[in-house]
Design a protein around this ligand. Structure first.
Ligand SMILES: *Cc1c(COP(=O)(O)O)cnc(C)c1O
Length: 227
């Protein structure tokens, strides 16, 4: 087997491993909830690295930087149909225009200034874009996201005042702690805020996140290897 096709083989195996673990976790612990979706996180990987994943049929991807994504995804979107690209990293207001052009879903709405800016840009383009509100679920000073205590009000403000299509909540729990209780808390918040989708869980803990009701998991290194 050539080196390239054996690399593709192991990529295929890793992708299968992740999707089958997702399915198991869903069937076993959360069978009544909707089946979770896999977002393959391709940050730091090149278009050449991403192409084999597209060839395997995967269409939902996540990137954490607008500029990096703008360098590789427009060409890939032209070549492959049905790509859904999620922004999963912090968004500065001066990048809103580029973000709205490129991304299909924005998961990191976390402040009113950004809500206002997104709302203006979407109105200008006559475009609807589903957004997730990021919640700082561990209350960490260095992390983005709205405080837990403000999350429901913020969702309502984004909807009522800015006309944004808030479809879900997203979180990144504190490193080095059991994530389960944080995921459970985000699930509760989603009920209170009346949003349907939950983006939580990464390579190390996506099965736990699904157990706690994740509808979207964001998995990078378990598929592409270490960054
Ligand atoms: C990088 C990143 C991921 C993926 O992390 P892995 O541990 O590689 O699966 C998920 N979510 C966010 C917000 C990220 O920045």
């Amino acid at each position: 087997m050539s080196r390239q096709s054996s690399q593709k083989q192991s990529l295929e195996n890793r992708l299968k491993t992740v999707t089958s673990r997702m399915e198991k976790s869903h069937n076993r612990y959360a069978p009544k909830l909707r089946a979770p979706e896999l977002i393959v996180v391709s940050k730091t990987f090149s278009a050449e690295d991403i192409t084999p994943v597209l060839d395997l049929g995967q269409r939902v991807f996540g990137e954490n930087r607008v500029q990096e994504a703008a360098g590789k995804w427009p060409a890939l979107k032209e070549k492959y149909e049905g790509i859904q690209l999620h922004l999963i990293g912090p968004l500065q207001t001066n990048k809103v225009k580029d973000a709205v052009k490129l991304f299909d879903i924005i998961q990191t709405l976390d402040r009113e200034k950004l809500a206002a800016s997104l709302s203006r840009e979407l109105e200008k383009r006559g475009k609807k874009l589903p957004v997730f509100v990021q919640v700082n679920i561990g209350g960490e000073a260095q992390k983005s996201g709205v405080a837990i205590s403000r999350a429901v009000t913020f969702v309502n403000t984004c909807r009522d005042q800015y006309g944004l299509d808030v479809v879900g909540l997203m979180c990144i729990p504190p490193a080095g702690q059991a994530p389960g209780p944080y995921f459970a808390q985000l699930y509760d918040l989603a009920q209170k805020a009346d949003v349907e989708l939950l983006s939580m869980g990464m390579s190390a803990d996506y099965d736990i996140a699904i157990e706690m009701g994740a509808t979207h998991v964001r998995v990078g290194s378990a598929i592409f290897g270490a960054r």
